[in-house]
Design a protein around this ligand. Structure first.
Ligand SMILES: Nc1nc2c(ncn2[C@@H]2O[C@H](COP(=O)(O)OP(=O)(O)OP(=O)(O)O)[C@@H](O)[C@H]2O)c(=O)[nH]1
Ligand SMILES: [Mg+2]
Length: 222
């Protein structure tokens, strides 16, 4: 592992591996329900959001591996929970790539299936310490996002919002959108982080939130 080339430092952006090195990043298992979950021996961070918002891409960027979590050009294809074991410096953590919601042309039955799969995980998973809810900077947050955040708060699940694809707007417009969206989610604006996978923007801040959440004892309110 040690000799692996550092592919994270792309295009001159901040190096996501500045700070403790990523010592391990590998897929552990994929699960279609609780019977498929790995053991609950590590704190977990789950990535939640609309299909195509950039969950897998952000997860990859956090660990500096381009293809750990598969990114899809076919939105809505992920139907499983994917568990990744990640060791960064002294911190061992499990990342969970959740299936996306909100793609077009989905039947009521499929929607109910998504809801059961994801809500069961979010509601019952003991080691879950932090939910990263992703929101495309260029889109308006919908009921899905606000209701999910309320739902998480009711269950005392700590959450941060990652605004994704911030590289797609010019700096002035980006700053304006970030300012507007920071106040839209009904959570502490400091818990809304602007990110861009190609440049690494926001990656150190997200790691900070992950470290804080994983250091807190189980069941600590956000
Ligand atoms: N420019 C840019 N493109 C991004 C960024 N994040 C994701 N993308 C692109 O957006 C598309 C979707 O990204 P994914 O990571 O597959 O999205 P996802 O949320 O995992 O999608 P599902 O698994 O289908 O729910 C891909 O083409 C990515 O390359 C970003 O920060 N900047
Ligand atoms: Mg994905």
């Amino acid at each position: 592992m040690a000799a692996r080339p550092r592919r994270g430092a792309l295009r001159g952006g901040p190096d996501p591996q500045a700070g403790p090195p990523i010592r391990e990043a590998r897929i552990e298992t994929s699960a279609a329900g609780p019977e498929g979950y790995p053991p609950d021996d590590l704190p977990e961070v789950a990535f939640l959001g609309r299909s195509n918002v950039g969950k897998s891409t952000l997860l990859n960027r956090l660990v500096g591996r381009r293809q750990l979590a598969r990114t899809s050009s076919t939105p809505g294809k992920t139907r499983l929970l994917h568990f990744f074991r990640v060791v960064r410096g002294e911190l061992a953590v499990r990342f969970v790539d959740l299936p996306g919601y909100g793609y077009a042309r989905v039947s009521r039955r499929e929607r109910a299936g998504w809801q059961r799969l994801v809500e069961t995980y979010l509601e019952t998973r003991g080691p879950l310490r932090l939910v990263v809810l992703l929101q495309d900077l260029r889109r308006e947050p919908g009921d899905d996002e606000t209701l999910l955040l309320e739902w998480l708060a009711e269950r005392e699940r700590a959450a941060v919002v990652a605004l994704t694809k911030c590289d797609k707007l010019k700096p002035m417009r980006r700053a304006e959108r970030v300012r507007v969206l920071r106040t839209r989610f009904g959570i502490d604006p400091a818990r809304v982080v602007a990110t861009a996978a190609p440049t690494g923007m926001g990656i150190p801040e997200l790691w900070g939130a992950i470290e804080t959440a994983c250091a807190a004892p189980a069941g600590t309110p956000p």
